[in-house]
Design a protein around this ligand. Structure first.
Ligand code: 5RP
Length: 216
């Protein structure tokens, strides 16, 4: 089964977590793009959605789903999103689609984070996928030096400005054995807006190719 078919199965399986009358947090990326049309079939049954990117907001609207502001909804019962890597403890690397900051905010504000993946995303140790970090533009070189000092090889993602007006550094060469420690450490560097490690607030449920996985 190819990755697209696996993503479709995961998106279908996620629908069972959507509650009547609720507001659903919706992430960003090709996997979530399989979920949004399915959510559209229940647009009259839900209250609306909070989007983690302008791209997802546009797709939600295309499918007739009311897009709400997190500032007006309060905390959400459910957040559905994809990931670039997922370890056996449901810690994630995210941000391949440059939406990591809003994704992290919605994940934090949600009771249940359901992460949809295909088999290619499953890893034992995070870090093979370059770690995305959103950075305030004027801090780019300073932050890059801090990352080099920690053994990483940051690469400025070309032609990308995030929805928040920032840039992305993709950090290669990290083997993230202690993701919570690494997330805490990188969070301290001035100029970093968001680290694409979702370890402190990891997924609650992971669905891989339609199968709900158990946390190790
Ligand atoms: C966007 C993300 C995505 O969830 C991640 O990149 C996975 O994308 P896809 O579903 O296209 O494989 O973090 O910032």
């Amino acid at each position: 089964m190819d990755a697209t078919q696996q993503k479709k199965l995961s998106a279908q399986a996620a629908m069972k977590f959507v509650e009547h009358g609720s507001v659903v947090g919706v992430g960003t990326g090709s996997t979530v793009n399989e979920f949004i049309p399915l959510l559209g079939t229940r647009k009259h049954d839900i209250d609306g959605a909070v989007a983690s990117s302008e791209a997802s907001a546009a797709l939600l609207k295309q499918h007739g789903i009311r897009v709400l502001e997190l500032n007006n909804t309060g905390d959400l019962p459910l957040y559905v999103d994809g990931a670039d890597e997922c370890d056996p403890h449901f810690r994630l690397i995210k941000g391949g689609g440059a939406a990591l900051t809003r994704e992290k905010i919605i994940a934090a504000a949600s009771k249940k984070f359901v992460c949809l993946i295909d088999h290619s995303k499953r890893v034992d140790v995070l870090g093979n996928f370059p770690l995305p970090i959103e950075v305030v533009p004027m801090a780019r070189s300073y932050v890059a030096r801090q990352l080099v000092a920690r053994g990483g090889h940051p690469v400025w993602r070309p032609n990308v400005v995030t929805d928040n007006g920032n840039v992305i550094l993709d950090v290669h060469g990290l083997r993230i054995v202690h993701p919570e420690e690494t997330e805490r450490d990188l969070n301290q560097i001035p100029g970093i807006v968001t680290v694409g490690l979702f370890a402190l607030r990891r997924a609650d449920v992971v669905v891989c190719a339609g199968e709900t996985l158990e946390r190790a």
